[in-house]
Design a protein around this ligand. Sequence first.
Ligand SMILES: [Zn+2]
Length: 238
Amino acid sequence: MPINEIVFDYVPDFDKIVESENDMELKSSYVVENLRGDVVQTHVNWKWAKDSPINVSVLNTHLINDEQMDSLKDAILSMDEITLDDFSLHKGPKGSTSVYNSGWQGAVTQIGDNTLYVPPSTFNIFESDIAEGSIVILLESGSHPDGYTGYTKNTVDNNEILKSYVTIYDVDSLSASQLNTIIMHEFGHVLGLAHSTDPEDLMYPVIKTDYPYISECNVDALEALYNGNTRTTVVCEK
Ligand SMILES: [Zn+2]
């Protein structure tokens, strides 16, 4: 059975999302910085207050339509679970299945209340003209000089994430499902996850959009991260 690892270390490489229908590639990147702007390589998470909502401001929403905005929100807020066949994902024999989440609020709820540190679990998403709230999503119509579509920067102090900035470039050229996928990937970084070594995983640097959902392995990695796990990887059984 293939081994799936979530690597928590900062990995300074490129993310790509491959859209199989039209071969469109969406590249993204992320960085974790301390307050001075130095790049850090460590295990960082939010140390959030229990039951406290986290504010997520979305800037330049005039660049996207209602369908895109709904798909952006879904990637964060959805509580839906999706059962997929392991065989088609090369994770198990025919007939075995795994449960996936289609939004991070649902995924965070999965890990329960007993972790050492508290992840944000209620996301208050609102449109804004200024970068307010602990999480900022900046929508841009222009291109990044290096061709990124998504970019996440976490500002940290003492291994605690204080603020997250997600920028989506060329947003007006993204389909609703592409925007959903890239927001779902970037929010994995927002919550503190790095990349998976499993090519089928949402957090793999090259994302195929066939199954862009949050896996049980992603949830396990999130739980380990918020338990202050000092191991660099989580090895999943499938
Ligand atoms: Zn990434």
